[in-house]
Write a protein that binds this ligand. Structure first.
Ligand code: PHE
Length: 443
């Protein structure tokens, strides 16, 4: 496995993990999920979910990977009984499901780079989104995005993406900060901060039933958990690395970027009279496009912004495809190129309904949030906390001198808080799916 060697340095690992985590989940999903689930109250649930569930679960996946030095599927089999491999396979399947519509949104981003350069959306940002987000044009853009992802994985040139990720993360932070400052100057934007940042207890409680599953699954989605990715990445990490510190850096960076996206999107939506509760997947696109349409040098800014978002989306998508390709090339005698190409075709076909109609995209997304992500993380953490138990404790302690309290605190958090939190998430998610009928496909 020659390609594994490239991630043996700590920085390489951090860059790969952050490249996977930071993506459309932070920039596209987070603002609209926040808008759909009560604004500031969602932010509270999300931040709690990140700290109390996402962070310990991330460390759980790290422990699995570093302990076995194997890809996710084989890691479960190596440490437990063979039947636990199904949990690894579930992670891979969840990632695939998500990537199918992630590619569609990646296509939108590509389309917006062109739209920024030509100024195509400047007159009517909302209508433009409607025109390019579904139907044949969206399928063409989706195909292009898949092609780029497959091309990079097939050629094994992820090095280039690693380098791009190093530039991407600071660029996103700077661009988002600049856009947030500009959004601050907008007339009518103040209501956006009110909406995003000032929770009150009544709304919080009133929203809990629907907001909790979205908040917890948002934490998983954006940290690339439950998709077999972080397990695989950490299989290259040295035993002298402090996993808690690394995890903290990844979680901190990732959360910062999501919150910054919110600080841009909400003032802009309010300033333009757009209701965040109903704007759905269009929120970031319409908000940013309306901004660039009004700003001096808006075309250039638009190209730069969507260009950086594209790098973020590519590094996430690639991380997922790479995991499946390494697993398959580890276990079977298939070449990288046919494998990546075959998986690409499968992903493209699975994503076709989402590209055809955003109602399908929402359906795929709902199933991922309410069912697949919680199930996948729940079983993985049951395994880490209750099956591995002390072995997990031994592993997390490696490289963690002077933090003796951390291991047991972490293990019991996984055993109780994470397992219970995700179980509640799953029950609430299933209720939404079945009782509220979200399970019915939009045919
Ligand atoms: N963590 C990624 C994000 O926030 C989600 C993701 C990773 C999606 C890998 C697909 C594949 O964008």
């Amino acid at each position: 496995m020659a390609e594994r060697a490239t991630w043996t340095t700590r920085i390489g690992f951090l860059v790969a993990a952050i490249g996977s985590a930071v993506g459309l989940g932070n920039i596209w999903q987070f603002p609209f999920k926040t808008g759909a689930n009560g604004g500031s109250s969602f932010l509270v649930f999300y931040l709690i979910a990140v700290v109390a569930i996402g962070f310990p679960a991330l460390l759980g996946e790290f422990v699995l990977g570093r302990r076995t030095r194997l890809n996710a599927i084989d890691a479960f089999g190596e440490l437990g009984h063979r039947q636990w491999r199904i949990v690894g396979a579930l992670g891979v399947a969840t990632g695939f499901w998500i990537l199918s519509y992630y590619n569609v949104v990646g296509g939108w981003v590509m389309r917006y780079i062109v739209g920024s350069a030509t100024g195509a959306y400047f007159d009517a940002p909302a209508e433009y989104f409607g025109a390019v987000s579904a139907g044949p044009e969206a399928i063409a853009a989706q195909a292009l995005f898949v092609l780029v992802v497959v091309g990079i994985v097939a050629l094994g040139v992820e090095d280039g993406i690693e380098k791009a990720t190093k530039v991407m993360v600071p660029s996103i932070v700077l661009l988002m900060l600049a856009m947030a400052v500009w959004a601050f100057t907008l007339e009518g934007g103040a209501a956006g901060y009110e909406y995003f940042l000032s929770p009150d207890l009544d709304t919080l409680l009133a929203n809990a039933g629907t907001a909790i599953p979205f908040a917890v699954s948002q934490a998983f989605f954006t940290l690339s958990l439950g998709m077999a990715i972080m397990v695989t990445f950490s299989s290259y990490v040295g035993n002298d690395d402090n996993l808690a510190v690394d995890g903290g850096i990844i979680v901190g960076t990732n959360t910062l970027i999501g919150v910054l996206a919110g600080l841009v999107v909400f003032p802009v939506l309010f300033a333009n009279g757009i209701d965040p509760a109903t704007s759905g997947p269009s929120a970031i696109f319409i908000a940013m496009a309306s901004g660039f349409a009004e700003l001096p040098a808006g075309r250039l800014l638009g190209v730069v912004f969507f260009g950086v978002v594209l790098i973020a989306a590519l590094s996430s998508a690639i991380s997922l495809l790479e995991v499946s390709v390494s697993w398959a090339t580890d276990n079977y005698d298939i070449g990288r190129v046919p494998l990546a190409a075959g998986l690409g075709v499968g992903l493209f076909v699975l994503g076709l309904p989402s590209a055809w109609d955003t109602a399908w995209l929402t359906w795929f997304d709902n199933l991922a949030y309410q069912l697949l992500l919680p199930v996948s993380v729940l079983f993985a953490m049951l395994f880490v906390g209750w099956v591995l138990g002390d072995e997990a404790l031994t592993e997390i302690r490696q490289g963690m001198s002077g933090m003796d309290w951390f291991g047991p605190a972490w293990l019991w958090t996984v055993r109780i808080v994470v397992v219970a939190g995700v179980a509640v998430t799953l029950v609430l998610g299933l209720r939404t799916l079945f009782v509220e009928g979200a399970i019915v496909p939009p045919v």
